[in-house]
Design a protein around this ligand. Structure first.
Ligand code: GLC
Length: 609
């Protein structure tokens, strides 16, 4: 390929020169990668700024990827191609890559996606439990395995950059992104997120089965205060976290330190503010703390239009964001204005060329480390792995380990698979979309048969004996069968949501679910509730009427894992990753002084029988 030829010539020239140079006269002698220096020396300002530009795939034609030498492209939540199949994804991503390789220097673009619970935008991919459930499982080995499987399902589609793990430490479960956090406990977040990162990246980023992880959202995204958000109708998402450096270092920074120790090479900046300073413009925390103090030497990416929120002046926003240490701007739409604005800022001296070169070095370093120059396209060998039975078994095991048994009066659980009849109620019992939650096929997720998988009801039906009668009614009406149903299971909880759309002041069950539960409590011999939710919910008096209660969280496509435990094939082992309040007015908890008597269930609670 012409462009690559130019790069190859450059490479030979520099290697022959054996260049080992200091970056500047007063810096210590540092070895720098001669390939990067060769490219950098060759690049125009336009090509450098192009590398720093990350565009949402619907907002740019491949021709402009070439003309503007765009460095990165992404699919936001739900950013699937017209044909939402693994092959359709591979064709789409390869098309953009081809355009990038046709630039003068042939630098490959890097394509990113939120594969936050499997390769979740892809129809047919395995959808894992969301992080709240994995926090309940609290198994680092399982996390590493999930990372490996997720990487394999991404590579078949040509995507080598995952915007995960989130290392948020959610402190107020009213936050719509609570389920993207593993726990309110910093140590659990650090342990599980770094294990997942190791699974995604393994020992060698250039290996054919690894992808680049992105640790997000830096920093204290989970520490914002209710009512502090200025984004749309959001209440707490993208709001303001307040505190001193002791709080930051105790609660929110450790997962980044651990991630860096485990090889993190990409960090995404948070929309939120720290003490009223927008994180996207926070040079003290991005450069002085993350890069200098913690020694992060990868590249830093903005969140979706997060740069724009810094100031009413776009010029000032761009200058502050890039000078704060952001290397790649997830614009994500108007790349021409971003490129033009940053060009003016560099030419005016408001953004030093050294900062541009530092950003481009960081980006090129990762593209080289990923082997993108050698293997820029999808690897078709991995297509067959997407949605494979072996991968689904990993997810089914994760579901089993994620379940938390919260009530078991008279040992109503486990149920016997030889039971004569069982009455299953609730629309969430037979809905892949509801049990998968947000970030599934669509950004916000949605109810319905949205992707292949096993619903909770299907899992129950597959587990009971051939002589067992399984009755299902989404509204819990069984009086056409009997006026005294024996064993009832009610699957209720939250409808899918993502980000600030899930900010919820009440955390209550829907009125129709409450009515159904009250009716079942009157007519059924026993009632076991399976709660599908991204966080603890307020159960109040309802809870007393139930015989059994299991927190199922957002299990994803492998609903069979629920039945595996419900009928005793596997034990209950999950424990609560978040404290469970009696009432919403207890939030946000003052964890330092909170006693377990003050709450419905303390973090770490979970019955085994
Ligand atoms: C979103 C999220 C971030 C995600 C990015 C790209 O707004 O804040 O977690 O990685 O945009 O989809």
């Amino acid at each position: 390929m012409k462009a690559n030829f130019a790069y190859a010539v450059l490479l030979v020239a520099v290697l022959l020169s054996g260049a080992v140079v200091s970056i500047s006269s007063n810096a210590p002698i540092e070895t720098v990668d001669p390939r990067i220096e060769a490219l950098l020396a060759e690049m125009t300002l336009a090509e450098k700024i192009g590398q720093m530009t990350l565009i949402e795939k619907n907002s740019i034609d491949p021709a402009d990827v070439t003309d503007y030498a765009i460095g990165g492209i992404l699919s936001g939540g739900g950013g699937y191609p017209r044909e939402n199949t693994p092959e359709g994804w591979a064709d789409m991503v390869n098309g953009y890559q081809q355009a990038a390789l046709e630039t003068r220097l042939g630098i490959p673009m890097i394509y990113g996606v939120d594969a936050v619970h499997g390769h979740n935008n892809v129809y047919g991919a395995v959808i894992f439990p969301h992080n709240v459930g994995l926090g309940a499982a609290n198994n680092p080995e399982l996390m590493t395995r999930i990372g490996e499987v997720t990487a394999a399902e991404m590579i078949g589609t040509g995507i080598y950059w995952n915007y995960g793990p989130a290392v948020s430490v959610p402190q107020d479960i009213r936050w719509g992104r609570t389920y993207e956090g593993y726990s309110e406990d910093t140590a659990i977040v650090s342990s599980l997120s770094s294990a997942y990162l190791r699974g995604l990246q393994q020992a060698d980023l250039a290996a054919p089965d690894t992808v680049l992880a992105t640790v997000k959202h830096f920093v204290a995204d989970g520490g914002t205060r209710w009512g502090s958000s200025k984004t749309g109708n959001y209440q707490i998402d993208q709001g303001v976290a307040r505190g001193d450096m002791n709080l930051l270092r105790r609660v929110h920074l450790p997962p980044y330190e651990v991630a860096i120790e485990n090889g993190a090479q990409s960090v995404m900046i948070s929309f939120s503010s720290w003490n009223y300073v927008k994180m996207h413009g926070n040079r003290e925390l991005i450069t002085d703390v993350l890069k200098t103090e913690l020694g992060f030497d990868g590249f830093i990416v903005a969140d979706w239009g997060g740069v724009d929120q810094i100031s009413l002046s776009y010029y000032e926003s761009v200058v502050r964001a890039i000078n704060a240490g952001i290397d790649m701007n997830m614009v994500p739409y108007d790349y021409k204005t971003f490129i033009e604005t940053l060009t003016i800022a560099v030419e005016a001296g408001d953004v030093p060329m050294e900062r541009i070169d530092d950003a481009v070095r960081n980006i090129l370093k990762l593209k080289l480390a990923l082997g993108l120059f050698e293997q820029p396209f999808s690897n078709p060998d991995y297509l067959a792995e997407i949605g494979s039975e072996a991968h689904r078994e990993v997810a089914r095991d994760a579901v089993r380990q994620s379940l938390v048994l919260l009530k078991n009066e008279n040992s109503v659980l486990p149920l016997s698979a030889d039971i004569d009849e069982i009455f299953v109620a609730g629309k969430a019992a037979d809905d892949i979309g509801i049990q998968s939650g947000g970030w599934t096929i669509e950004w916000q997720g949605r109810p319905g048969d949205i992707t292949p998988g096993t619903t909770i009801l299907e899992g129950i039906q597959a587990t009971v004996s051939a002589d067992t009668a399984v009755y299902y009614d989404k509204f819990g009406h069984f009086d056409d069968i009997t006026d005294a149903p024996s064993t009832c299971i009610a699957v209720v909880g939250e409808m899918p949501y993502a980000e600030g759309f899930g900010d919820d002041p009440d955390l209550e069950l829907a009125a129709r679910d409450k009515r159904m539960l009250r009716r079942l409590a009157e007519v059924c011999d026993t009632v076991t509730v399976l709660l599908i939710s991204g966080r603890p919910m307020i159960l109040n008096d309802l809870f007393a009427q139930w015989d059994g209660l299991v927190a199922v969280w957002l299990p994803g496509t492998e609903g069979q894992g629920v039945a595996d435990v419900l009928f005793g094939d596997y034990p209950f082992t999950g424990t609560l990753p978040y404290t469970w309040p009696h009432a919403v007015d207890q939030l946000p908890f003052e964890f330092e002084t909170l006693s377990s008597e003050d709450v419905l269930f303390p973090r770490g609670f979970g019955l085994t029988e």
